[in-house]
Design a protein around this ligand. Structure first.
Ligand code: SAH
Length: 223
């Protein structure tokens, strides 16, 4: 890189840091209180996860297209889902369903020891892998599969975050929670959903509903 290019890249980095801090201030005003989530969002370079043409809009509180008729979730939705999933605790293993561009996985990676994210569209999964590597995030594993089919006899998760809307909780998922673990999912119809949290207490599951949200649908199969 030439000296001029290096200087302008550094300048961009500083400008995006300032915009990111403004985004975090806005999240606070919008009611996000978990300082660990806010600190994570202050650090993850969201502009790397959107297409270059949209990078200048990366820190607006809006969903943006990422191709294949999918979107990067708006910052508030990411913050709120992470806050509900964390419930004030540090996380060991986390599963995300609907990895998209990898942004939320990058935020979760700062809240957990290890993150597994499943994305049904192969091209998005490949791009997420590249972007996460470029951002220097090493504790996220991206899989191309239908996340509703996720199953395991051995691994249990402290948190599962579903980033696509569903009418019902996919039946495989609750048993993947560790005792005390939390599943956060937007439940409802196509127009809007309610962020819902399922907390495992032994073989019992406590259900709570929170904010009105709009997500793209959870679909079956993989592409
Ligand atoms: N977490 C992303 C949001 C992506 S939007 C972010 O950080 O912005 C939701 C994503 O879920 C889309 O990329 C879509 O392809 C994916 N998806 C939908 N149904 C799925 C399924 N059954 N399994 C895995 N991914 C799915």
């Amino acid at each position: 890189m030439s000296a001029t290019l290096a200087r302008s890249a550094a300048g961009l980095g500083m400008a995006s840091e300032r915009t990111r801090l403004r985004m975090v201030a806005r999240l606070r005003e919008q009611g996000i209180t978990d300082e660990v989530v806010l600190a994570a969002m202050a650090q993850v370079p969201r502009h790397l996860f959107v297409e270059e043409a949209l990078a200048s809009r990366a820190y607006e509180d809006t969903a943006l297209p990422i191709g294949f008729a999918q979107t990067i979730s708006q910052p508030w939705v990411v913050a709120r889902s992470c806050e509900l999933a964390r419930a004030g605790r540090m996380l060991d293993l986390v599963l995300e369903i609907g990895g998209g561009c990898g942004y939320q996985a990058a935020v979760l990676a700062r809240l957990a020891r290890e993150v597994y994210t499943i994305e049904r569209i192969g091209a998005l999964a490949a791009r997420a892998r590249q972007t996460l590597a470029a951002a220097g995030i090493g504790n996220v594993k991206v899989r191309n599969a239908d996340g509703r089919d996720a199953s395991s006899n051995v691994v249990q998760f402290d948190a599962i975050v579903v980033a696509a809307a569903s009418a019902t909780i996919p039946p495989n998922l609750p048993s993947l929670l560790a005792d005390g673990g939390r599943l956060v999912i937007p439940l409802g119809g196509a127009e809007h959903q309610r962020l819902t949290r399922l907390t495992r207490h032994g073989e019992q599951f406590e259900r709570e509903t929170f904010d009105d949200v709009v997500f793209v649908p959870l679909k079956s199969g993989q592409e």
